[in-house]
Write a protein that binds this ligand. Structure first.
Ligand SMILES: Nc1ncnc2c1ncn2[C@@H]1O[C@H](COP(=O)(O)OP(=O)(O)O)[C@@H](O)[C@H]1O
Ligand SMILES: Nc1ccn([C@@H]2O[C@H](COP(=O)(O)OP(=O)(O)O)[C@@H](O)[C@H]2O)c(=O)n1
Length: 416
């Protein structure tokens, strides 16, 4: 409620709006004021003359409901408005204030019909959705609350005022406990809140309860292998298991496999809580197994955090949380491995390996094009994670050479 009120009264609490107009460049930032302001060239492009312009966001106190409604709207907008409308991710936030972001969308309707208005009308009727419209008048543009039937009575016109770029990209402000979890309870509570809408949550929580981490004394070394898909993790971890007589574990653990697809279709808040809990179950297995033999782990917290951060942060690598951000710190209550190795290969080699693995060529090429920025962000986030940080391994040589390189590192660092 408070957040929605702040969204409405932009100028009262210095709320800034960011629209991801072009993912390769800075977002367009603006605030609202009561006096007309001249638009910059870039803003003139966004607030096109003669187009119908809207922004919308969900206001709801229940965080899981809010996240699901937001995801549903995103799906609906991209499904129905793709032809004659541009839909951009938009957010309202207070610069540098954590958890101040209200996520929404900006719609630029170029159609001659009232396509977007029909959809906004339905959304407004059935959901807790706030819609604003924008009108361009020459060099100026103003915003007011939108209603499909009659003008909103107490709605006040506010003028779009270009604002300076934010020091921290808005998508980094809400990451803690929404995309990345730093203690088990935070993730556990999210799934507890979902038990009515996602019955599988109960089963996942039961598995967590059964596996609570056994205390780990001075056992055998624990070595985590990280890296993007197809960098050779499976090949290397299996070879290490055989050469070191080690136990091979992975996160998410096998016992969560039946639920993975279900949680993958949920919005980040819920999906990431599922993966976070997977790490705690794996930690319990590590604690037990490392008493008997060295343990090799295929993906662990580095993957959970790096993928979550890279997905949450829109656009360029520069938008990631700064390298010294606390968001890269390992959770206090999660068992720490002795060594984390990050396998890296060039994008071309990775593509070749995906192709050899038989992945459909068109899927793979689309992935390369569309997800180029995403992959760069995942790798950069991997490298920024601290305590423990990962050691980078060039995984482009032959499997045998990569294995030797890694055995050498393990001998040096873990005395195995
Ligand atoms: N060092 C290597 N050199 C060449 N090909 C490799 C190497 N390591 C793995 N591969 C091949 O690349 C593909 C992806 O490897 P995989 O181990 O399944 O990666 P991941 O588990 O990281 O997804 C497989 O077809 C595998 O045989
Ligand atoms: N420890 C882990 C492992 C995977 N993941 C998530 O799982 C996805 C990648 O998993 P993967 O490449 O191992 O999946 P598969 O295709 O191998 O099943 C990413 O989207 C990660 O967000 C995670 O969050 N934490």
């Amino acid at each position: 409620m408070l957040k929605s009120a702040m969204f409405r009264c932009g100028q009262l609490c210095s709320r800034v709006f960011a629209v991801e107009f072009d993912l390769r460049t800075e977002p367009l930032y603006f605030t609202l004021s009561s006096t007309p302001q001249e638009l910059h060239h870039a803003h003139q492009q966004l607030f096109g003359d003669g187009e119908k312009l809207f922004s919308l966001h969900v206001h709801c106190d229940n965080r899981t409901e809010k996240a699901r409604t937001h995801a549903e709207i995103k799906h609906k907008l991209s499904d129905t408005l793709s032809r004659d409308c541009d839909v951009f991710e938009a957010s309202a936030f207070i610069p540098n204030v954590k958890n101040s972001v209200v996520k929404g969308f900006f719609i630029r309707d170029k159609s001659t019909t009232s396509l977007s208005e029909d959809i906004l009308k339905t959304l407004q009727q059935s959901k807790s959705v706030c819609v604003f419209s924008y009108k361009r008048e020459g060099q100026h543009c103003w915003q007011e609350q939108w209603s499909p039937v009659s003008p909103v009575e107490d709605s006040v016109r506010k003028y779009v005022t270009p604002a300076a770029a934010a020091e921290h990209h808005p998508s980094t402000l809400n990451i803690r406990n929404a995309d990345v979890y730093y203690c088990m309870n935070e993730a556990y509570e999210v799934l507890q809140e979902c038990t009515d809408i996602i019955p599988e949550s109960k089963e996942v929580l039961k598995l967590v309860d059964e596996q609570l981490e056994k205390s780990r004394g001075e056992g055998f070394p624990v070595i985590v292998i990280e890296g993007l898909d197809a960098t050779g993790k499976t090949t290397l971890t299996e070879a290490l298991r055989d050469t070191l007589n080690a136990t091979l574990l992975k996160s998410p653990p096998q016992c969560l496999a039946p639920f993975r697809q279900r949680f993958d279709s949920e919005p980040p808040l819920i999906r990431r809580a599922f993966y976070a809990l997977g790490n705690y179950i794996t930690a319990a297995h590590i604690g037990k197994e490392s008493q008997r033999a060295p343990v090799i782990v295929d993906r662990y917290w580095h993957s959970t955090a790096a993928y979550a951060i890279a997905t949450a942060v829109g656009g360029r690598v520069e938008n990631l949380p700064k390298p010294d951000s606390e968001l890269y710190q390992w959770p206090e209550d999660l068992l720490k491995p002795n060594l984390v190795l990050l396998l890296t290969v060039s994008p071309e080699e990775r593509l070749r390996r995906l192709r050899d693995r038989g992945q459909d060529k068109t899927v793979e090429e689309a992935e390369l094009e569309i997800n180029q920025l995403f992959r760069l962000k995942v790798e950069e986030a991997y490298k920024r994670i601290q305590n423990p940080a990962c050691i980078i391994v060039d995984a482009s040589p032959s499997p045998q050479e990569v294995l030797q390189q890694v055995q050498h590192l393990i001998r040096n660092k873990c005395h195995l």
